[in-house]
Design a binder for this molecule. Structure first.
Ligand SMILES: Nc1ncnc2c1ncn2[C@@H]1O[C@H](COP(=O)(O)OP(=O)(O)OP(=O)(O)O)[C@@H](O)[C@H]1O
Ligand SMILES: [Mg+2]
Length: 326
């Protein structure tokens, strides 16, 4: 194998491959043979009802819970062959985590530096860099008990970054946070993804998935009901999706031209010229091209969004339909 071919294969290697992971607790099958794979920079939203098996699957991947059968390969390391090796590859924020309120932020992260056997000489640099990444550097000397809930979540994420792992697993990191704090965390997920980290985030807040994830996995009674990109999830295997498009300063004379352009991409189901609003159904893969075309023709596009409610509808469809790839 040539050096370049080998390099190309390594770069394309998935960061996570879950291979038929299964967990049984006596008679209960909590996770049923879950298989999926993620690449560098992917952000997976893991959704499903209470008791679906999300946390159990996450604990298996992190090496905290031994699978009944199946395995996972993380950044080239097999979970069954080398569970300790897996710990170095993953930063994990469990659904419930303690923060040692009496410590300061910096003392807390120092503790994790020691746990991960990071050389003493690098501690200050590692602590500062983790806190900068989660935008908490101003609190470096504050006692943890003085932090708000959102800050504590960010400190939990900082802790998961201490070893600089390629994969971050965050089990309900936004639970109990207000919309602003959730939005801040979503922005942080995007920043981490842009840095090349792969993230798995379990969440019950469906309406915000689009803000931060590239992929969605739906789990119910231990089964992976659907897995794919957020676009495919919203499309539910169909070829079309509905969008609301709004324009600035659209005049009646432009409507005909607009209809002509849009007709090449999909079906215009409704044009409400009085509000400069367009509701259209189109092949969702062509949405980017349509937007480009509209801008090239000088239309001032104010917003171009999937219709509200799509996510909840997609979730209901996925959980009613049964196992399938979307
Ligand atoms: N240690 C255990 N022993 C026995 N049963 C368990 C254990 N851990 C989890 N379970 C069961 O496995 C199933 C899946 O639980 P899990 O915690 O993975 O669900 P979840 O999707 O994370 O739910 P939630 O959204 O409420 O966090 C549940 O029926 C739960 O009761
Ligand atoms: Mg859970």
């Amino acid at each position: 194998m040539s050096k370049y071919f080998f390099l190309a294969r390594v770069l394309a290697m998935p960061i996570l491959e879950s291979k038929f992971l299964r967990k049984e607790f006596e008679d209960l099958v909590a996770v049923r043979d879950v298989s999926l794979s993620l690449e560098k920079g992917n952000v997976l939203a893991l959704v499903g009802p209470n008791g679906a098996g999300k946390s159990t699957w996450l604990k298996m991947i992190t090496g905290l819970l031994r699978p009944t059968s199946g395995t996972a390969v993380i950044d080239g390391i097999d979970l069954i062959d080398d569970p300790r090796g897996i710990h170095r590859k993953i930063g994990f924020l469990p659904d419930f985590f303690g923060l040692y309120d009496e410590l300061t932020v910096s003392q807390y992260l120092e503790y994790f530096c020691l746990t991960y056997k990071i050389p003493k000489s690098s501690h200050t640099e590692v602590i500062q860099s983790c806190l900068k990444r989660v935008n908490l550097i101003s609190k470096i000397n504050s006692p943890i008990e003085h932090l708000s809930r959102g800050m504590k979540q960010r400190l939990g994420i900082a802790r998961s970054l201490v070893q600089d792992p390629p994969l971050l697993i965050l089990d309900e990191p936004t639970s109990g946070l207000d919309p602003d704090a959730r939005h801040d965390l979503h922005q942080l997920f995007l920043q981490l993804s842009a840095m090349g980290k792969t993230l798995i985030v379990s969440s019950h807040v469906l309406t915000e998935l689009q803000e931060y994830c590239s992929h969605v996995a739906v789990i119910q009674t231990g089964k992976l009901l659907s897995f794919g990109t957020i676009e495919k999830f919203l499309n539910q295997g169909g070829k079309t999706a509905s969008f609301d498009v709004r324009f600035l300063g659209l005049v009646d004379a432009q409507i005909q031209e607009l209809q002509k352009i849009v007709a090449d991409y999909g079906t215009v189901t409704l044009v409400k010229s009085e509000h400069a609003e367009l509701e259209l159904t189109l092949n969702s893969e062509s949405q980017y091209l349509l937007l480009k075309d509209l801008l090239a023709h000088g239309f001032r596009v104010h917003s171009f969004a999937l219709k509200q409610g799509s996510i909840s509808e997609a979730y209901v469809k996925a959980t009613r339909r049964g196992p399938d790839d979307v």
